[in-house]
Design a binder for this molecule. Structure first.
Ligand SMILES: NC(=O)C1=CN([C@@H]2O[C@H](COP(=O)(O)OP(=O)(O)OC[C@H]3O[C@@H](n4cnc5c(N)ncnc54)[C@H](OP(=O)(O)O)[C@@H]3O)[C@@H](O)[C@H]2O)C=CC1
Ligand SMILES: N[C@@H](CC(=O)OP(=O)(O)O)C(=O)O
Length: 363
């Protein structure tokens, strides 16, 4: 198969710019259509965007004329990535799905729909089977590929669940979980973005809606596909209790979290935890997806790591770092997790999900 045509909704934003960076010169996808608000539509991308990435804007992307986010503009895309502002993403993505398009979205709007997989590709790619089933059933009935939405999780949730999944697989259920986050400024978006005066020499101990999202999304991601194969059964509040406290800190990229967990079946040793995390291989790595991390989880032994500036780019931002793994005197084990919020926490996850779907001939 040749290059698949990719569209990006919200292409000018914090997540959208990452999509442009990750999809330029991608071996499987070509950037075909870029969409943003009517403020940007009609302009060349290079004139519409306030490029804030530390690498140069890909020249070819800069020449693409930005479109309105309409089905008509994106109808020839094999896959559409969305980095839309959540105030507008809901109806636009729904219209795209109804028109038969394949949408992979960063926005929160459809995450709670039972038949929409909520996927961190290095953690629960098996939930994509819901989509694979639907597409294969349509093909068997001689119908064209149905439209669908796959949601990427909240960025802090992505980092949090990365080490939890292998731990649960090996040591059984986690019944109590607490996290305190220190989240990067890029997570607040670029339009308008967080004013410098609010964050310089400061920390903001509140991020609207974030704690509820972490507490809810963790239960869907760690849940399993229901018996009918069409939806996800979330873990119940009786199975796991999750408590999150979220803070914004003066870091450009990379969310850090201080996490404590209690296992239902008793505490594994610190060494067993480290071995389990080091041995973990995600499906994308096994499938040899082009962006898959060699190591989905990096276990760090240095007592002062992970740190955002030093560790966020491990495995090109697709690897999650876990350090300071030690006994917790209240729960069982505590650790510090660092994940790149716009790569494994957003656009990178979108690209990796698309690579997995491509490997399974879904797109
Ligand atoms: N930043 C992060 O780390 C993460 C973000 N997300 C989610 O991803 C999405 C994008 O976030 P982020 O990139 O930070 O946001 P930004 O504010 O940086 O970007 C928003 C994008 O949406 C576009 N847009 C705004 N209004 C409209 C409209 N009426 N019609 C069409 N397009 C519109 C903007 O275009 P224009 O430039 O023309 O205004 C811009 O491209 C959000 O839903 C967010 O919650 C998820 C995980 C992590
Ligand atoms: N709220 C996250 C980014 C974000 O937009 O998340 P979500 O997609 O869950 O709304 C942050 O501030 O870092």
């Amino acid at each position: 198969m040749g290059l698949r045509k990719a569209g990006v909704l919200g292409a000018t934003g914090s997540v959208g710019q990452r999509f442009i960076q990750l999809l330029s010169n991608h071996p499987q996808f070509e950037l075909a259509v870029l969409g943003a608000s009517s403020r940007s539509a009609g302009k060349k991308y290079k004139d519409a965007v306030d490029w804030k990435q530390t690498s140069q804007m890909p020249a070819a992307a800069g020449e693409i004329v930005v479109s309105e986010c309409t089905v008509e503009a994106f109808k020839d895309c094999d896959v559409v990535f969305s980095g839309l502002d959540a105030d507008y993403a809901g109806p636009i993505e729904k219209a795209f799905r109804e028109a038969g398009l394949a949408v992979i979205s960063n926005a929160k709007n459809h995450r709670r729909e039972k038949d929409v997989p909520l996927v961190v590709p290095t953690v629960n790619s098996e939930h994509l089977a819901i989509i694979e089933k639907r597409v294969k059933e349509a093909a068997a009935a001689g119908q064209k590929r149905p439209g669908f939405i796959v949601c990427i999780s909240n960025c802090s949730t992505a980092g949090l669940v990365a080490p939890l999944r292998p731990l649960v697989d090996k040591f059984g259920p986690i019944e109590l979980l607490t996290t305190a986050t220190m989240q990067a400024i890029s997570g607040a978006g670029f339009s308008p973005g967080l004013p410098g005066i609010d964050i310089l020499d400061n920390l903001v101990p509140y991020i609207s809606g974030e704690e509820e999202k972490i507490e809810w999304e963790t239960k869907k991601i760690l849940g399993e596909i229901a018996d009918d194969g069409n939806s996800v059964r979330n873990l119940s509040d009786d199975e796991i209790r999750v408590s999150a406290q979220c803070n914004r800190v003066a870091v450009s990229d990379g969310h850090t979290e201080c996490v404590s967990v209690k296992f239902k079946n008793g505490a594994p040793s610190v060494d067993a935890i480290k071995r389990c995390l080091r041995d973990y291989q995600c499906e994308a790595t096994i499938l040899k997806c082009p962006s898959a991390p060699k190591q989905a989880i990096h276990v760090l032994e240095e007592e002062n790591r992970p740190q955002p500036r030093l560790d966020r780019d491990r495995d090109n931002g697709y690897g999650v770092s876990v350090g300071r793994i030690r006994k917790d005197s209240v729960l069982d084990i505590k650790m510090v997790i660092l994940s790149h919020n716009t790569i494994i926490g957003a656009a990178g996850s979108g690209v990796l999900i698309a690579e997995i779907l491509a490997a399974k001939n879904v797109i």
